[in-house]
Ligand binder design. Sequence first.
Ligand code: GRF
Length: 190
Amino acid sequence: MTRVSIIVGAKGRGSNMLALARHIAQDPDIEIAYVIAPKPDSPALLAAQEAGLPTAVVPYGETFAEDLERVLDDTDWICLAGFMRLLPGNIVHRWKGRILNIHPALLPKFGGKGMYGHHVHEAVLAAGETESGCSVHFVTEEYDEGATFMQARCPVLPDDTAESLATRVLALEHATYYKALKAAIDGQRT
Ligand code: GRF
C-alpha cells in the first residue's frame, strides 16, 4: 500500500485535494496518510475533515521543518495542492523524486514566485496564448522548477477572462493530478 500525504495551504479551497481523495478512494493500492494544513481553520483542512480524511495541522514556525517531517514519517509520496510556500530542505531531500505539485499553466512558462491563482491566468491572457492547461511537476527547493511529469492542455478562447480560463484549467487539474500521481508511483515501482 502506497501512503500519500497531501499538503494544502492556509487559504486554498482544497478542490484538488478532494479530487485526489475521490480517485484514491477507488484505488486499492493507494491510501491517504494525512491531509496536512498550517492552520486548523484552513478551508481545505475543514473540507478534508468533512470528507472523513485523516488530517494533521503543522503550523508555520521555528519547528515547522521537523514537525512536518515527523507527521510525514510513514508517508511514501507527497502531493502539494494549493501549498504556496517552498518546502523545507529536509523534506525535499528525504522525499526526493516522490513529491509532486500541480500548477495551473503549461510550465516552464507562467511559473515561479508570484505566479499563482489569477496572476497565472492573467499572464497567459496578456501573452496572447491560444492554449493553456496544467502541469504536474516534481518539487525541488525552487518555485515550479522541478521536472514536469505530466501536462494536460485546453484552449484559451478569444473572450476568456482570468476567471473563465481558471475554471476550464481547474477542471483539467482535477482530472490530471491523480493520473499523474498514479503514473509516477507505478513508474517508480518498475
Ligand atoms: C490550483 O489552481 C493549483 O494548480 C495551484 O493552487 C490551486 C489550488 O486550488 N497549485 P485548490 O485549493 O486545489 O482548489
